[in-house]
Design a protein around this ligand. Structure first.
Ligand SMILES: Nc1nc2c(ncn2[C@@H]2O[C@H](COP(=O)(O)OP(=O)(O)O)[C@@H](O)[C@H]2O)c(=O)[nH]1
Ligand SMILES: [Mg+2]
Length: 138
C-alpha cells in the first residue's frame, strides 16, 4: 500500500509573473493529486530565511532570499499517495538545464535561481514546511 502524504508546493515569483500558476496546478491535478490549501502572498524576509535555513551558508543564499521575496508566490499543500517524491519528479531536477522535457523545470525554466517551483524534498521537510506556511490556518 502506498502512503498518503502531504507536501508543500510553491509556484515561485517567476512562475506567478509568467502566469504559470494554472499550468503547475494542472499538472499536479492531472496526475491525480489534491490541492488541500492554496494561497497567493508575498513571502517576507523572515519566512524566506526560515524556509531556506538549510542553505544559509551557501554562496547563493542572498540571491535566493532576494528572489523568493521579489513578488507573490502561490503556496499550496498537495495530498496523495507518495506525493512528496511524485511532485519532485513532476518538477524535475533543481538545475533546469538538466531537467528533462516533460518536467515543469525542463519545459519552462532555464536559470538555477529562477527555477519556477518548490516542492518539499522529504517527509520531515514537508511537515516542517507545511507548518511554516499554513500552520495557523490548519
Ligand atoms: N544561483 C543558484 N541557485 C541555487 C543553487 N542551488 C540551488 N539554488 C536555488 O535554491 C533553491 C533551493 O535549493 P535546493 O533545495 O538544493 O533545490 P530544490 O529542492 O530542487 O529547490 C533552488 O530551487 C534554486 O532556486 C545554485 O547552485 N546556484
Ligand atoms: Mg530543496
Amino acid at each position: 500500500m502506498s502512503e498518503i502524504q502531504r507536501t508543500l508546493v510553491m509556484v515561485k515569483p517567476d512562475g506567478v509573473r509568467r502566469r504559470l500558476v494554472g499550468e503547475v496546478i494542472s499538472r499536479i491535478e492531472a496526475k491525480g493529486y489534491d490541492i488541500c490549501e492554496l494561497k497567493l502572498f508575498t513571502i517576507d524576509d523572515d519566512l524566506a530565511r526560515r524556509h531556506y535555513a538549510e542553505h544559509t551558508e551557501k554562496p547563493f543564499f542572498g540571491e535566493l532570499v532576494a528572489f523568493i521575496t521579489s513578488g507573490p508566490v502561490a503556496a499550496m499543500v498537495v495530498e496523495g499517495p507518495e506525493v512528496i517524491a511524485a511532485v519532485r519528479r513532476i518538477m524535475g531536477p533543481t538545475n533546469p538545464l538538466e531537467a528533462p522535457p516533460g518536467s515543469i523545470r525542463g519545459d519552462f525554466a532555464s536559470a538555477m535561481t529562477e527555477n519556477l517551483v518548490h516542492g518539499s524534498d522529504s517527509p520531515k521537510a514537508a511537515a516542517r514546511e507545511v507548518d511554516l506556511f499554513f500552520g495557523e490556518s490548519l
